[in-house]
Design a protein around this ligand. Structure first.
Ligand code: NCD
Length: 321
C-alpha cells in the first residue's frame, strides 16, 4: 500500500488485511509494554490543517507505539497561516525526510493532490478531507462492529448479514461517506437516515438505502446505529428549525434506545454533542461503543502505518484507477 486516500477505492481483500493486522496490533496493545520496534528510524508527520484532537493523538499514539519518530505540524501558528502553499509545506516535509504524512485538510481532495503531485515521496494517509472521506474512521468503525459481533472469531470475516444505519448530518459527514463505501465492500447493508436537508443530492448513487424517519429505521432492527455529529461549523444556512426539533426527530434518546434490538450497538465517531444527536443515556449505555471506537482507532492506525511503511506488500486501488 503506497497511500490510504479513501475507502471508495479500497478493495475487500485489502480492507480485510488492514482489519486483520489491526487485530494483531490490538493483541500487542493488551500487553504491559505496548511499544513495538517495527517502525524504528521512520518519520511520520501529522499535518493538520483543521482542528482535531482525537484523530491527531490517535495517529500519534499509533506511530509512537511502533517506535516511529512523530512530528506534529498544525497549520495554526505555522507558516501556513502566513500563506504558505500546500506545495511549499510538502516540499519542506520532503526535505526533512518524512516517510509518511498523515494529513487532515478542509479541502476535499487535498490528500490525493499531495499523494499524486510528485512533491513528496512519502506515503500519504487521509485523516479527513473536507466533507469527502475519513478512511481510518471507517476502518475503525468496521473493526469495532466486527469485534462486537464476532469477537474472537473476527479474523478473516467480513460484515455480510449485518445491517448498519448511519443517522443524522450525512451531508457534511466524511465519516458517512467513507463508512458507506467500506461497509458495502465488506458486505454489510447500509441505510442512511436523516432530514432531507442533510441528505446529499448524490446519495442516491451510493450503495445504501435512504430514509427520513428514524423511528422507522429503528423498527427495522439494525445491528448497528451510527449517530453522526451535527457539524454546526460547516453549516452556513438553517438546515433544521432548531436544536430541540432536531433532537425530537433525529436524536437517539432513551425511548429510541429501548426500541433497538437487544444485541444492537450504538456508535458515534466523536466528538459528541450530548443532548443533541445523542442523549447521555445512549452515549453511556452498555450498547455504546464510543470508547471502544477510540481504543480500536489506535490499533487500526498502527495497522495502516505498518502496512504503508513496513508491510513489504504492494497493492493497488481496485476500482476505476
Ligand atoms: C470526525 C471528523 O473529524 O470527521 N471526527 C473525528 O475524526 N474524530 C467526525 C466529526 O467531526 O463529527
Amino acid at each position: 500500500m503506497r497511500h490510504l486516500l479513501d475507502t471508495k477505492h479500497l478493495g475487500r481483500v485489502e480492507a480485510l488485511r488492514i482489519l486483520d493486522v489491526a487485530e494483531d496490533m490490538a493483541d500487542t496493545q493488551r500487553r504491559e509494554i505496548k511499544k513495538l520496534p517495527t517502525l524504528r528510524g521512520k518519520t511520520v508527520v501529522n499535518l493538520f490543517f483543521e482542528d482535531s484532537t482525537r484523530t491527531r493523538i490517535s495517529f500519534e499514539a499509533a506511530a509512537k507505539r511502533l517506535s516511529a519518530d512523530v512530528i506534529n505540524f498544525s497549520a495554526k501558528g505555522s507558516s501556513v497561516s502566513k500563506g504558505e502553499s500546500l506545495q511549499d509545506t510538502a516540499q519542506t516535509l520532503q526535505a526533512m525526510g518524512a516517510d509518511a504524512v498523515v494529513i487532515r485538510h478542509g479541502a476535499s481532495g487535498a490528500p490525493r493532490t499531495l499523494a499524486t503531485s510528485g512533491w513528496i515521496s512519502a506515503g500519504v494517509v487521509n485523516a479527513g478531507d473536507g466533507t469527502h472521506e475519513h478512511p481510518t474512521q471507517a476502518l475503525l468503525d468496521a473493526f469495532t462492529i466486527r469485534k462486537r459481533f464476532f469477537g474472537a472469531e473476527s479474523r478473516g470475516r467480513d460484515l455480510a448479514g449485518l445491517r448498519v444505519a448511519i443517522v443524522g448530518d450525512i451531508l457534511h459527514s466524511r465519516v458517512a461517506r467513507s463508512g458507506v463505501w467500506l461497509l458495502h465492500t465488506l458486505g454489510a447493508e447500509v441505510a442512511l437516515v436523516g432530514p432531507p436537508t442533510l441528505m446529499p443530492q448524490d446519495a442516491s448513487a451510493w450503495p445504501a438505502t435512504i430514509g427520513y424517519d428514524l423511528d422507522a429505521a429503528i423498527a427495522e432492527g439494525p445491528d448497528a446505529l451510527m449517530m453522526l455529529r451535527i457539524q454546526l461549523e460547516r453549516m452556513n444556512a438553517a438546515y433544521f428549525p432548531n436544536e430541540r426539533e432536531y433532537t425530537r426527530s433525529w436524536g437517539l434518546d432513551a425511548r429510541r434506545l429501548a426500541a433497538l434490538p437487544a444485541d444492537s450497538i450504538v456508535m458515534h465517531p466523536g466528538p459528541m454533542n450530548r443532548g443533541l444527536e445523542i442523549s447521555a443515556d445512549a452515549a453511556d449505555s452498555a450498547r455504546s461503543t464510543v470508547r471502544e471506537q477510540v481504543t480500536n482507532g489506535v490499533s487500526v492506525r498502527m495497522a495502516v502505518l505498518y502496512l504503508l511503511l513496513a508491510g513489504g506488500h504492494e497493492w493497488t486501488e481496485d476500482a476505476d484507477e
